[in-house]
Design a protein around this ligand. Structure first.
Ligand SMILES: Nc1ncnc2c1ncn2[C@@H]1O[C@H](COP(=O)(O)OP(=O)(O)OP(=O)(O)O)[C@@H](O)[C@H]1O
Ligand SMILES: [Mg+2]
Length: 981
């Protein structure tokens, strides 16, 4: 029977022990028998089962084999009636007898065996018993779930949270009064949203009936809560508001109760008599009709079951026909039979007779029900659905959002966050997939300030009841599908449950439980709550087995291995298979998390990698380290540097051996360097610890990345490039595509400034552009680097083409940093072509963007480059002032920035800039191995020397510049220096 939401009722006589001491057991036994009788009768009447008697206490459960959406209400009504009935009993001494009662709703495991009958196991049972002990004489005390489920019907008074035996936390409790709360959920609902087409259909049917004076019937079908009743009532309201001669009557079939079979009919007859004078006259004048009416009313009121038989079906049928005929003589009629899925066979037969038997009456019959209504063995229902049906489906997303927003803002309390919470409206809209009742229930259960988390018990109750009313094969299928996930294929289902009969699938589609996704054999749950509740009702052993089978077939391995491991942890934490299963889950999560990281889906990567870290079992240090390192990469991308540091520190703490610890220590150092918290002194000692462990390629790979970073920091790009190249070899050796991609991108960036020949760099760029053809995010910096190489080789138009392609990608993908890189490269390309003003403009644009993004030091370097370009034009006072401001901040810049500042100062020295000795600049050049940067400054110095009249020094410097450019084959600037000479 599985896990389900049940309602447990405990009830006990007050003062029984004291009474037993004073009174003879024989009269006491008589009293007890009567009390048992009352309890059993009331519980059964309301659809519950008595699980056991313990002395004078009884335990009853609602929702064990079939859930009803109103199980909580049923339990409450049972308690009230037992209290009233028992109140009429007397003790042998003549004193009144009183009961106290506790009711709790919650999840429980329900089992059934021939020997033990129904067994309910779960905390909810203990809770109900404790609530009962807390109730004083005559009180019915309930838990918060019952209070929530029944609050629309019964007024609940909150009690101070109860400190209950065996419960660590105080338990919220409510006193159920017997005052009725707002009874009808359709009454004061929110403004009707949309449904224009459905309304037009029904309105058209009514107009035809009125015009042609012929009877017609329409079926209105749809899943629970979709708005069938609301739709039909809106039409009736319109007719009443229009003030015509139409008479309207609604009969709603109650969901349970032995006396309910004709209740809807009584409602319809009463409505007709109320509105039609001739109907009233007939009911008074015709004694048979009067007898039918009073007989049906008595039967529906009586609790005890009638002693004499009620009116015969023929009399009932005739009386109804006569009444309809006289009422219809004055104007058109609309008769609505609502909730026909609950109708008993006699009412169903009668409705069919009325539809077929009064063809010339201007009567519109509207038969409203859930899809299961069509499964009743009733020919007329099937014929009707074939003839004229309004299928009420989900609201569109926009309409759902309108409804959710109007419900959220209808909250009285202006401080209530629901009223202002746009995210909440979105979440609820998404979750409830167009079901207005779910939207309403969801919003009611949201606690202000807290995210939408669990399915509210009201929805669990509704959906559980709906599932229980489905035929077994279809219900089974829903359970199987729920394990696969919100979407599934028939193949997935077949894997778990064998071939799936298409009739079962069709029936689920008809009930609007699932719908095809468009992909071959693919389906999805229409409503998330249905998926969740169906899943929650499966036993954990079953879920575990199915998740595992799916994972082993490589269907969503990360999700299914993880789910299986969690379930096994709950079921058998000592199971010998658990560590291996958790390891598989961790590995699969790591794979998916890394894939997300490669796609730069940072939030997804963070989530998956966190889960991977949690899943790793003891003894699998390596797996945990890799997951923690990737997690820290993802957190850095998200700007959460503290989170990144913490993730690695945690892995270091949990590592049990050097193999697991070292990669994390390396990553820790790497992060510290990137965050400017250390200058990387620890790197060589880490290398020593790593020793000759050639197999630990990943650690080596990261260690080389650390070295690369340190060389970059100090301006030695050749060394940085070598380190990156070694790291790349390690990444390739272990087939780690994630590290490989990262390193290729890094290598391309480092090479821009390294002493590698320009032609080789260009070849590398061309290869990478191809490799990343489908990932333009990575391609943009490569194109920028390519443009720079082409410009250095004198191919200006090729450089501009590469920049244009990069710009298109950056615009289309909205890459802020991509634009910075492009501006930076454009600066270089323009500078090489002698367009210094344009070059300065690009550098400034890049600097502005970097500053906005919070990268102040990098922005300063670009500003220095902009000033240097301007200094190469005719220098102005403004440029001199700009440089002076930058000069003050030299210490904040990296090596390239400092050198750019100096080279600008050299240029501006003649016009009153900062006085600077050439020697000082040359000394600074020792801090970098970037040949182009060195050559630029050397050329600047050469020009200065010539301006100062020192031709020998000028020539020496120019020769040095030529050598520098020649060493990397930068033909274009080389040419420029040569022609100056
Ligand atoms: N189009 C709508 N606009 C606004 N509220 C709606 C709309 N449709 C339904 N509702 C609200 O949603 C709730 C459920 O609607 P209703 O009771 O009509 O569902 P139902 O299909 O009759 O369900 P059931 O099968 O349980 O009888 C009601 O509170 C109703 O007011
Ligand atoms: Mg309804």
């Amino acid at each position: 029977m599985g896990r389900r939401l049940v309602v447990v009722l405990f009830l006990d006589l007050v003062g029984w022990t004291r009474l037993a001491e004073r009174v003879d057991p024989e009269p006491l036994q008589v009293l007890l028998e009567r009390y048992y009788e009352i309890c059993c009768a009331r519980v059964e009447e309301h659809g519950g089962v008595v699980e056991k008697f313990i002395g004078d206490a009884i335990m009853a459960v609602f929702g064990t084999s079939v859930s009803q959406e109103d199980d909580a209400l049923r339990a409450l009504r049972t308690a009230f009636q037992i209290r009233a009935d028992v109140g009429a009993l007397r003790t042998p001494g003549g004193a009144p007898v009183e009961v106290h009662c506790g009711i709790a709703a919650g999840e429980a495991l329900v089992t059934h065996s021939a020997r033990a009958g129904i067994r309910v196991v779960g905390d909810v049972v203990n809770l109900a018993a404790r609530l009962q002990s807390a109730a004083t004489a005559g009180e019915v005390v309930v838990n918060d779930v019952v209070a929530h489920l029944a609050r629309r019907h019964i007024i609940m008074q909150p009690l101070a949270p109860l400190q209950l035996k065996g419960k660590a936390e105080p338990v919220p409790a409510y006193l159920a009064t017997d005052q009725a709360a707002m009874p009808d959920r359709t009454g004061d609902g929110p403004r009707l949203v949309n449904r224009d087409a459905e309304r037009a259909h029904l309105r058209g049917a009514f107009d035809r009936v009125a015009r042609e004076r012929r009877s017609h019937a329409v079926a209105v079908l749809g899943p629970p809560g979709i708005g069938k009743t609301r739709l039909v009532r809106s039409i009736m309201d319109d007719l009443v508001a229009a003030g015509g001669t139409a008479l309207t009557a609604v009969g709603t079939c109650p969901s349970y109760g032995a006396n309910g079979s004709y209740l809807a009919l009584v409602e319809v007859m009463d409505a007709l008599i109320r509105q039609s004078a001739s109907g009233r006259e007939l009911a008074w004048a015709d004694s048979h009709i009067a007898a039918v009416l009073s007989g049906l009313r008595d039967a529906s009121r009586s609790r005890q079951g009638a002693a004499t038989p009620g009116p015969g079906v023929e009399e009932i049928s005739r009386a109804t026909r006569e009444l309809l005929a006289v009422a219809g003589a004055t104007g058109p009629l609309v008769v609505v039979w609502d909730a026909l899925e609950w109708a008993g066979p006699s009412l169903l037969r009668l409705v069919g007779e009325l539809i077929d038997g009064l063809p010339d009456l201007p009567l519109l019959t509207v038969c409203v029900g859930r899809p299961e209504m069509t499964e009743r063995d009733t020919a007329w229902v099937r014929a009707l659905v074939g003839r004229d049906v309004v299928n009420v489906g989900a609201l569109t997303t926009d309409d759902s959002a309108v409804l959710a927003a109007s419900l959220a803002t209808a909250v009285d309390d202006p401080n209530d966050v629901r009223a202002h919470d746009v995210d909440l409206v979105d979440q609820v809209t998404l979750y409830c997939a167009g079901n207005p009742l779910f939207i309403q229930l969801m919003l009611e259960s949201v606690v202000p300030g807290q995210p939408v988390a669990d399915t509210p018990p009201t929805i669990t109750a509704m959906v559980g009841a709906m599932l229980d009313r489905m035929p077994e094969p279809a219900r089974h299928l829903v359970g199987v599908a729920s394990v696969v996930g919100p979407t599934f294929t028939l193949d997935d289902l077949a894997l778990l449950a064998g071939p799936v009969p298409s009739a079962d699938v069709d029936s689920l589609v008809e009930r609007q439980i699932i719908r095809p996704t468009g992909e071959d054999g693919g389906f999805r749950f229409v409503q998330q709550p249905v998926h969740e509740v169906a899943y929650g009702r499966l036993e954990k052993e079953q879920r575990y087995a199915w998740h595992r089978r799916l994972a082993e077939q490589n269907i969503g391995p990360a999700f299914h291995f993880e789910a299986a491991a969690r379930l096994l942890t709950d079921l058998r934490p000592d199971d010998a298979e658990l560590p291996a299963l958790s390891h598989q889950a961790a590995k699969a999560l790591l794979r998916e998390g890394t894939a997300a990281l490669r796609q730069r889906d940072v939030p997804a990567a963070i989530e998956l990698l966190r889960r991977a870290v949690t899943m790793v079992p003891d003894g699998q240090d390596k797996c945990r380290s890799v997951a923690a390192i990737r997690l820290s990469d993802a957190l850095m991308l998200a700007g959460d540097s503290e989170g990144a540091v913490a993730a690695v520190a945690d892995a270091v703490r949990r590592a049990t051996d050097e193999r697991g610890r070292l990669p994390c220590l390396i990553q820790q150092e790497l992060l510290a360097v990137r965050l400017g918290r250390t200058d990387g002194v620890g790197v060589e000692s880490l290398a020593v610890r790593l020793g000759a462990d050639a197999a630990d390629r990943l650690s080596w790979c990261r260690l080389e990345q650390l070295r690369m970073l340190l060389h970059l920091r100090s301006g030695f790009f050749g060394a940085a490039e070598s380190a990156a190249a070694v790291a790349l070899t390690h990444a390739r050796a272990i087939g780690d595509a994630y590290e490989e991609d990262r390193l290729l991108a890094a290598l391309c960036e480092v090479q821009q400034w390294s002493p590698t020949p320009v032609a080789d760099k260009l070849a590398g760029c061309v290869e990478l552009v191809k490799r990343f053809a489908d990932d333009r995010f990575v391609q943009v910096p490569v194109l920028a680097a390519q443009a720079r190489c082409l410009a250095l080789l004198g191919d200006v138009s090729g450089a501009h083409d590469a920049l244009a392609a990069a710009r298109v990608a950056a615009e289309q993908l909205r890459l802020t940093m991509g634009r910075v890189v492009i501006d930076q490269a454009s600066g270089v390309v323009h500078a090489l072509a002698g367009a210094h003003a344009e070059a300065a403009g690009h550098y400034r644009a890049a600097a502005d963007a970097l500053e906005r993004a919070g990268h102040a030091p990098a922005a300063l370097t670009l500003r220095a480059q902009a000033v240097r370009e301007l200094a190469r034009l005719r220098p102005t006072g403004e440029v001199v002032a700009d440089l002076a401001a930058l000069w003050e901040r030299r210490a904040e810049m990296d090596v390239r920035g400092q050198i750019a500042c100096m080279s600008a100062a050299v240029r501006l020295a003649d016009v009153g800039g900062t006085p600077l000795a050439a020697e000082e600049v040359l000394l600074m050049l020792d801090n970098t191995d970037d040949p182009c940067l060195r050559a630029e400054v050397q050329f600047d110095l050469a020009q200065r020397h010539r301006r100062m009249g020192d031709h020998a020094a000028a020539e020496a410097m120019a020769n040095a510049a030529v050598d520098s450019y020649a060493s990397v084959g930068a033909t274009q600037p080389l040419q420029a220096v040569r022609s100056w000479m």
